[in-house]
Structure formats: structure tokens, C-alpha cells
Design a protein. Structure first.
Length: 132
């Protein structure tokens, strides 16, 4: 089994996730757009025991949306980078793919979820010009 390391922008928080990933998805719901500031979140989902904190877990702040059955987010209290968090049930961990340090991950998103509620301005990137 491969282990993938990740960290926040300032380096205060670091974690490791044992692969393989259970799911790798792009979520287009309005809550994920608000939480990430992007058109969709890109998340890896694994069993809770696959996530291990290497340092800085005490610097991770969690926010549970009170009026949502299951929505939460977590971030580094120093730099604000999205960080892994457990689902409310505690059975799974959700990790924003951009938080991983290791490349390649050996996986790519396998699905879009909440596609019907995607932002009307979202354009799938295949047809856009590319710049370095």
C-alpha cells in the first residue's frame, strides 16, 4: 500500500494517507464552492484509519455547518489551507486533493458529484486555452 503525504501552505500541519483511495471526486455543490472559493472541490475519501497526522493536528480548526446534515470543513488556523477532516460519523476522512505534497498520486478524480447544481459560469477545462 502506498502512503501519500500532505501539508498546509505554511507547513505547520502535515498528514499521511494510506492508499488506495476509496473515492476521488469533484463536488460541484454550492457548499463546496463556498468552502473552497472555486468551481468545485476535488476530494479524496478514505476510511478514517487511513489518515494519520504527522504534525500540527492541534492547528486544524473544524467548522460543522449547523443546518446541514453532514457538511463540514477543516483548515489550518495559521494559513487557512483546507485540511483533512473526518465525516461526522467518524467512518471516513475527506482530504482536499490539493493538500497532497506527493506527485503523482497514481489516481485521478473518478466522478463529478452534484453536477446538476454546478455554477452556471463553470466551463469544463478541456476547451480552454492553456498557459504556463
Amino acid at each position: 500500500m502506498a502512503a501519500f503525504r500532505g501539508s498546509c501552505l505554511c507547513g505547520e500541519v502535515a498528514f499521511e494517507v494510506e492508499g488506495p483511495f476509496d473515492r476521488f471526486l469533484n463536488c460541484h455543490c454550492a457548499r463546496c464552492r463556498k468552502a473552497t472559493g472555486t468551481a468545485h472541490s476535488c476530494e479524496v475519501i478514505v476510511e478514517a484509519q487511513a489518515l494519520r497526522w504527522l504534525r500540527g493536528q492541534a492547528s486544524v480548526v473544524r467548522f460543522d455547518l449547523p443546518n446541514a446534515r453532514s457538511f463540514a470543513t477543516a483548515f489550518c488556523k495559521t494559513c487557512g489551507s483546507p485540511m483533512p477532516h473526518l465525516t461526522r460519523s467518524g467512518r471516513e476522512a475527506i482530504i482536499h486533493a490539493g493538500a497532497f505534497d506527493d506527485e503523482p498520486l497514481g489516481a485521478t478524480p473518478d466522478r463529478h458529484v452534484h453536477w446538476a447544481s454546478r455554477a452556471e459560469w463553470y466551463v469544463h477545462g478541456d476547451g480552454l486555452p492553456m498557459e504556463d
